[in-house]
Design a protein around this ligand. Structure first.
Ligand code: ATP
Length: 277
């Protein structure tokens, strides 16, 4: 990724020795801390966590189970209070959830009695209250079409397979046109074929919409295939960013081209070595 360095010191972000011009930074996590009170006393999950994510970047997050990945993502989403430090979107500290950040969870939590279209329209109606009814419907249909659900607009959510429900979840998140998309193991419960299909759909829409994506995954291959950078978290308590790996494969990528690339096993080894130590 090309770095512009001719900016004043004050307007720069610093991370792992890399300097980013501030107008290129979408998300800034600064000295972030999270403490959960427990019956045995305070549990410090995250401490001194610093991470900057660039506009239009796709970042994947890996780390051992329980290190605090979901905690970090839910704090970015504004759904989990920050104990100390700061999270900013385009330089503005977040104060809670907002339509600038869309979230996709492992289970999409749709309204089961509503159709796919109605589920997507729920978010669209909230975010675009001044658009006409037909404009809002068009937005919802556009994204349902993009995720391959053109024939299932009027199916109730509880009549859809898990993979189809997650497609609705993806459509719903993109339809509110967020600046940042936050994904918490979105394909964790799906079979590998569906998982691959949805990865392709996700990348296609992300690429077209030019938004920033932050995705937690336990799958090292998925982390490499999707990301511009893979962020590795240390094990808790007091977890922080342990290492960051830039994935320099050209886009668009195919699984075949990635697997056949000379650097693929080097990247893979780097991530596995981190997780094993
Ligand atoms: N509300 C809470 N109160 C107390 N402790 C919590 C709370 N939520 C999470 N934790 C603890 O904080 C730690 C981090 O949890 P978190 O779910 O963020 O980890 P994770 O890395 O996303 O895990 P996984 O990969 O298994 O999903 C865990 O030890 C968890 O038990």
């Amino acid at each position: 990724m090309e770095m512009v360095v001719e900016v004043s010191k004050q307007a720069q972000g610093h991370e792992n020795g890399v300097v980013y011009p501030s107008d290129n930074i979408m998300l800034d996590l600064h000295d972030l801390k999270k403490v959960y009170p427990t019956p045995k006393g305070d549990y410090v999950v995250l401490e001194h966590l610093n991470l900057q994510i660039l506009k239009e970047e796709f970042v994947t997050i890996i780390g051992h189970s329980g290190c605090g990945k979901t905690t970090m993502l839910s704090m970015i989403a504004g759904l989990n209070p920050i104990s100390d430090g700061r999270i900013s979107v385009l330089g503005n500290p977040i104060k809670g959830p907002g339509p600038d950040r869309g979230v996709i969870f492992q289970a999409p939590s749709l309204m089961p009695w509503m159709t796919a279209l109605q589920n997507v329209k729920l978010g669209v109606n909230q975010v675009f209250p001044h658009a006409s009814k037909s404009q809002r419907k068009d937005i919802a249909m556009y994204y349902l079409d993009k995720v391959g659900l053109e024939g299932a607009f009027h199916k109730k959510a509880n009549e859809l397979s898990q993979g189809m429900q997650q497609r609705v979840g993806i459509a719903r998140a993109f339809a509110i046109k967020p600046k940042v998309l936050l994904l918490d193991e979105p394909f964790g419960m799906l079979d590998s074929l569906t998982r691959g299909e949805l990865q392709d759909i996700l990348i296609e829409i992300w690429n077209k919409e030019k938004i920033t994506a932050v995705m937690i995954t336990h799958d090292v291959d998925e982390a490499i295939f999707l990301a511009d950078r893979v962020v590795m978290m240390t094990s808790g308590p007091r977890a922080k960013i342990g290492d960051v790996l830039s994935i320099d494969f050209e886009r668009p990528r195919t699984r075949k081209s990635v697997l056949e690339h000379d650097d693929y096993y080097k990247y893979r080894k780097h991530l596995i070595d981190f997780l094993e130590h």
